[in-house]
Write a protein that binds this ligand. Structure first.
Ligand code: PGA
Length: 263
């Protein structure tokens, strides 16, 4: 059974001081969550503050990006070893904002995945179509291509524990989320791809949905069989909505566990 996973992607928000303050209030507000893994993804310069402030809590910390190289003349880059030493457990790879605004390609995603693997970081690999691609009925073809190129060459053993995120570009930061049915259709397709490449191991891989997840739409999205959590942007910047989404995941995870017991 797959455990729910709620990840807060803070993007270009929160200084180290703001991160420490947020983490302290999150700890106070955090419900017990046996069926939900939780993590936040601050900016690189706020990672250490997040790790320090969340030490001993159930909230993990991850980075928003990683260099594909380990060291050398790569101005502006941060390596997997640096992230690991800062206390990161996870890293987001191939977010659509990196793809669209910073020219990140599927080949880059593939190399960054190798870097995450070398340094023992759990990747959250993002895929998703633009509005034009959806309107042209190309959603599944785009996902297929991104997965084929991004995950190329990795074995089931290497991919154990990896997380995917389906993030339709038209739903990110727009307030317009995919319907639960659209999310399920795309995520079932992603699951099918993973099963083709990795076999049975893919049944254990989590697939998050991302794109305008809010307290009022989380429960329905998270009740879909192939939606194993959420990658949350805007609604993860304040404690109350983030906790509300964690609670929705916990409820969905609890019913999953009950269903599994009854099988
Ligand atoms: P959003 O961002 O929740 O603000 O739409 C999601 C994401 O980009 O990961």
């Amino acid at each position: 059974m797959r455990k729910m996973f709620i990840a807060g992607n803070w993007k270009l928000n929160k200084t180290a001081r703001e991160t420490a303050e947020f983490a302290a209030s999150l700890r106070r507000a955090l419900p017990p969550a046996a069926h939900t893994e939780i993590a936040v993804f601050p900016a690189h310069t706020s990672l250490a503050a997040a790790v320090e402030a969340l030490r001993g809590s159930s909230v993990g910390v991850g980075a928003q990006d990683v260099a594909w190289e380990d060291s050398g003349a790569f101005t502006g880059e941060v390596s997997g070893a640096m992230l690991k030493e800062a206390g990161c457990r996870y890293v987001i790879i191939g977010h659509s904002e990196r793809r669209q605004l910073f020219g990140e390609t599927d080949k880059a995603v593939n190399r960054k995945l190798a870097a995450a693997l070398r340094h023992g970081l759990t990747p959250i690999v993002c895929v998703g179509e633009t509005l034009a691609e959806r309107d042209a009925n190309r959603t599944l073809a785009v996902l297929d291509w991104q997965l084929k190129e991004g995950l190329k060459g990795f074995t089931a053993e290497q991919a154990a524990g990896w997380v995917l995120a389906y993030e339709p570009v038209w739903a990110i930061g727009t307030g317009r989320n995919a319907t639960p049915q659209q999310a399920q259709e795309a995520q079932a397709f992603i699951r099918g791809f993973l099963i083709k490449q990795f076999g049975q191991a893919a049944e254990a891989m989590r697939i998050q949905y991302g794109g305008s997840v809010k307290p009022d739409n989380a429960a329905e999205l998270l009740s879909q069989p192939d939606v194993d959590g959420a990658l949350v942007g805007g609604a993860s910047l304040e404690v109350a909505p983030f906790v509300a989404i964690i609670l929705a995941a916990e409820r969905a995870g609890t019913s999953r566990a009950a269903a599994a017991m009854n099988r």
